[in-house]
Design a protein around this ligand. Structure first.
Ligand code: ADP
Ligand code: MG
Length: 256
């Protein structure tokens, strides 16, 4: 079993404090959802966990299986088993989707245990079928010319290929129609296991109709203000973020 511990995390962007003390523990086998209004720091949290250099940790720690990864570079964190599906995936010309995934898989394996092309293709075909993706998408340059929905599906394909210990999915549901949402959920649910933990970041409750989270956290103004089980996201659907804010007596402007 693996664990991520986020302890009193403060993060600034260009001197402005965005995260103001986030505490969160995720064990493999669990699915956590973080929900919150726009501009509350959800993407900042995901980038800070992954180690994006523009996000400065000013206080606190991120531990992976007890090891402090707070100062590690992005690629070191990826090799340690972290994976981030970004809200806005980048397009990379010159590297095909398949090349990228194979390199990412092999970067986590010893020289003696690299994945053969044959095994890679077998696994790729299987996962692309689950995600209902046309074969040619593997040979296209990474995300180049992909529609918003294709990019999101492709993030899940990468996840299924790379099989990290922990995945952070930042608004993987945004821009997906119901069919694509179901496909993405099927892919994610197929990965549920005791060796895999997920942090789903989302503005809306609808994805959580397909993927039952173990815990739901509400983030407002750079901190987790309330945690609960799956019923919390249903409450949110009924009452909106303002309902939670008023219950907690927080003095925060909310742009739903
Ligand atoms: P969320 O994902 O919850 O919508 P973000 O983490 O993207 O929120 O943003 C939190 C705050 O940080 C917002 O006020 C946003 O304007 C600011 N912010 C995010 N990224 C940058 C950036 N690269 N430069 C300056 N400010 C940023
Ligand atoms: Mg965001």
């Amino acid at each position: 079993m693996s664990t991520i511990e986020i302890i009193d995390l403060h993060v600034s962007i260009e001197e402005k404090e965005i995260l103001k003390g986030v505490n969160l523990v995720i064990h493999s086998g669990e699915i956590h959802a973080i929900m919150g209004p726009n501009g509350t720091g959800k993407s900042t949290l995901s980038q800070a966990i992954m180690g994006h250099p523009s996000y400065t940790v000013t206080q606190g720690q991120i531990l992976l299986d007890g090891e402090d990864v707070t100062e590690m570079a992005v690629d070191e964190r990826a090799r340690a088993g972290l994976f981030l599906a970004m809200q806005y995936p980048s397009e990379i010309t010159g590297v095909t989707n398949a090349e990228f995934m194979r390199a990412a898989i092999n970067s986590r394996l010893d020289d003696d245990h690299k994945m053969s092309v044959m095994n890679f293709i077998r696994k790729l075909d299987k996962n692309m079928e689950v995600l209902n993706m046309p074969e040619e998408m593997a040979e296209r340059y990474l995300n180049e010319g992909f529609s918003g929905g294709e990019k999101k599906r492709n993030e899940i394909l990468q996840l299924m290929m790379i099989e990290p210990k922990f995945a952070i999915l930042d608004e993987i549901d945004s821009g997906l129609d119901i069919d694509a949402l179901q496909v993405v959920s099927t892919g994610l649910n197929s990965m549920r296991s005791d060796d895999f933990g997920v942090l789903i970041i989302t503005h809306y409750q609808r994805l959580l109709n397909y993927i039952e989270p173990t815990f739901v956290h509400i983030m407002m103004d750079g901190a987790i203000v309330k945690s609960g089980d799956a019923s919390l996201s249903k409450r949110l659907e009924a009452e909106g973020y303002r309902g939670i804010r008023d219950e907690l007596g927080l003095d925060i402007e909310i742009d739903e």
